[in-house]
Design a protein around this ligand. Structure first.
Ligand SMILES: [Zn+2]
Ligand SMILES: [Zn+2]
Length: 113
């Protein structure tokens, strides 16, 4: 257990705390080799995880309010292949392919607390 400084208020606090006792800001964690921290609640999750166990944020490539967050296969089918059939969908296909191959997955927070 170590003492770290809160990024929000500068208060010294234990890195075992989930949130800063002074201002309530989530405490950032240092991710291990196979870990990353959820951008919404700072919880450390496995880099292979697609759902944050703490705040239910989802990791994927595209987010659609009705269908949720798309993983790799879903993005290929519904983001790239299906829109590409229609002329109007081609810009969206290009965007989905860009997300898939260039930017990589990101975290989405489908439901706001
Ligand atoms: Zn603080
Ligand atoms: Zn989270």
């Amino acid at each position: 257990m170590a003492l770290i400084e809160c990024t929000e208020c500068g208060n010294r606090l234990s890195d075992a705390a989930a949130t800063c006792p002074t201002c309530g800001a989530p405490v950032p964690r240092t991710p291990g080799p196979e870990q990353e921290s959820c951008p919404f609640c700072m919880t450390l999750v496995s880099s292979h995880a697609t759902t944050c166990p703490s705040c239910q944020a989802k990791k994927g490539y595209l987010y659609e309010p009705r269908y949720g967050v798309f993983g790799k296969t879903g993005t290929l089918i519904w983001g790239v292949a299906v829109p590409a059939i229609t002329v109007i969908g081609i810009p969206f296909s290009l965007y989905a392919a860009y997300r898939l191959y260039v930017t990589g997955p990101r975290w989405f927070q489908p439901r706001h607390a």
